[in-house]
Design a protein around this ligand. Structure first.
Ligand SMILES: Cc1ncc(COP(=O)(O)O)c(C=O)c1O
Length: 391
């Protein structure tokens, strides 16, 4: 069966150059980077080289990077790290309604610990409006955490404006840039941001490695207590393989991101235009322009997203629905619901995210398959397109 992978926002295939770069670390380069003997030194240097490479990509200082086990851990470290360090200054955090669970559930945990959290709304197109963040800030606020780009809709948030508002108010700013990294330029030097999360497996490196950039001078409380690794900010022997993989992936992005993104955008636009041209009753979820170049989220009216996803899976097409099955009924994605999407449209939504390895032939195969499956499901639906239109 032909396989077409259109779920790069969930995870990405490992780049062949990354695979090659990590191979020695699965055999002869096995040391612990904290050891002072040759075996340790053999791996300490590659870890620090990777740090340099990542710093060069973002434009930050190498020592501003704290390696962690994932985007999730880095989000935890940013938010809990500031909350517990600054709780004497205030116990209020501002975030948004469309954050990844790594942020939302960290905030929910902090609420159980006596912090107050304001979830700034998004507009109908899924964008956090800077003014809503301004309104939410109080004199008790210690942190604003708003994602750079949304994983489900691809919406790119006005992080410069939101960060500027946080700065004006003397509040620290965190952004989860897990989805933005490698897809749009992220320039640490010009961003009014104090903490920034990235993750390896979204950029063709390995799962289980990520990091947090912490602006020089900003102090955070450790979340993982242990050894002195990462200058006491994150205990635990470094994931050498994961870090070396990220170093290589970032060096590849530095060399070829523009071209890679141009090609992905071309394929995404071709895919999107073909779907909208050939299938009636589609709704684009999210902002048409302020959007990651690889992502498209579409509601297929009169079709259940899960049914469409499973039928496409049987044809070898991997994509994603943000909906969840709760007590037997399918609930639309919380992100789409937070945007004010019609609940029925939210149930019929699928996310397609393109990336390395996708081809014109993939797009053509997927469009044909989606058209056929949607037609089949709509014909079976108690509320077919024709009847619905006639209502
Ligand atoms: C926006 C966003 N933040 C955080 C994460 C979590 O990253 P990780 O899978 O590395 O824990 C993801 C992954 O889906 C994401 O999309």
């Amino acid at each position: 069966m032909r396989k077409v992978y259109l779920d790069h926002n969930a995870t990405t295939p490992v780049h062949p150059d990354v695979r090659e770069a990590v191979a020695p670390f699965l055999s002869e380069l096995f040391g612990n980077p904290s050891s002072i003997h040759w075996a340790g030194r053999d791996v300490r240097k590659p870890v620090e080289d990777a740090r340099q490479e990542i710093a060069a990509f973002f434009g930050c200082q190498p020592l501003e990077i704290v390696f962690a086990s994932s985007g999730t851990e880095s989000d935890n470290l940013a938010i809990k790290g500031i909350a517990f360090r600054k709780e004497n200054a205030g116990k209020h955090i501002v975030t948004s309604t469309v954050e990844h669970p790594a942020v939302i559930n960290t905030c929910r945990f902090l609420e159980s610990q006596g912090f107050r959290v304001t979830y700034a709304p998004v507009n109908r197109q899924g964008i956090v409006e800077p003014e809503s963040v301004r309104k939410a800030i109080t004199k008790d606020t210690i942190l604003v955490s708003v994602m750079y780009a949304n994983n489900e809709t691809g919406c790119v948030m006005p992080i410069e404006e939101i960060g500027a508002i946080a700065r004006e108010s003397g509040v620290l700013m965190h952004t989860d840039a897990v989805q933005a990294t490698g897809k749009i330029p992220v320039d640490w030097k010009s961003l009014p941001v104090d903490l920034l999360t990235f993750s390896g497996h979204k950029i063709n490196a390995l799962k289980g490695a990520g990091g947090l950039i912490v602006r020089k001078g900003v102090e955070i409380e450790a979340v993982l207590h242990g050894g002195h690794q990462e200058r006491g900010r994150r205990g635990g022997t470094e994931n050498v393989v994961g870090i070396v993989a990220m170093g290589k992936a970032f060096s590849l992005l530095r060399a070829g991101m523009e071209q890679e993104v141009r090609e992905t955008r071309r394929l995404r636009d071709k895919f999107e235009n073909a779907l909208f041209g050939r299938i009636p009753e589609l709704v684009l979820n999210g902002h048409p322009a302020r959007r990651l170049p690889n992502t498209v989220n579409i509601s297929f009216r009169f079709v259940e997203g899960e049914a469409l996803l499973l039928n496409l899976d049987m044809l070898g097409i991997a994509c994603s629905s943000g909906s969840a099955c709760t007590s037997g009924s399918i609930e639309g994605s919380p992100i789409l619901m937070a945007m004010g999407t019609d609940p029925v449209d939210a149930q019929g939504a699928l996310r397609f995210s393109l990336g390395m390895g996708n081809t014109d032939a993939d797009v053509e195969y997927a469009v044909d398959a989606i058209e056929a499956v949607v037609e089949k499901l709509r014909a079976m639906s108690p509320l077919g397109v024709k009847e619905a239109k006639a209502r």
